[in-house]
Design a protein around this ligand. Structure first.
Ligand SMILES: [Zn+2]
Length: 75
């Protein structure tokens, strides 16, 4: 089960993006695949056991540290 740290970006870079708000205490999405994504700032698990396409292009605001994360573009 691969696990990835997401990349933290500036709020400036996320302008116009569709930002998804994560809530601390539970992953934003869970299930459907085998990839887990953690916040690049505080290592909170944002996406757990999801398919790659669930993370592709996602911009997620961490509910714990408030940082904006994008997927790390692995393949
Ligand atoms: Zn965080």
């Amino acid at each position: 089960m691969p696990q990835f740290d997401m990349i933290v970006i500036d709020p400036e870079r996320a302008k116009g993006a569709d930002i998804e708000q994560h809530t601390a205490g539970a992953p934003l999405r869970e299930g459907g695949g085998d990839e887990t994504y953690r916040c690049g700032g505080c290592k909170t698990k944002l996406l757990v056991n999801v398919a790659h396409h669930d993370a592709h292009g996602a911009v997620i605001k961490c509910g714990k540290c408030g940082k904006l994360n994008i997927e790390p573009h692995h393949h």
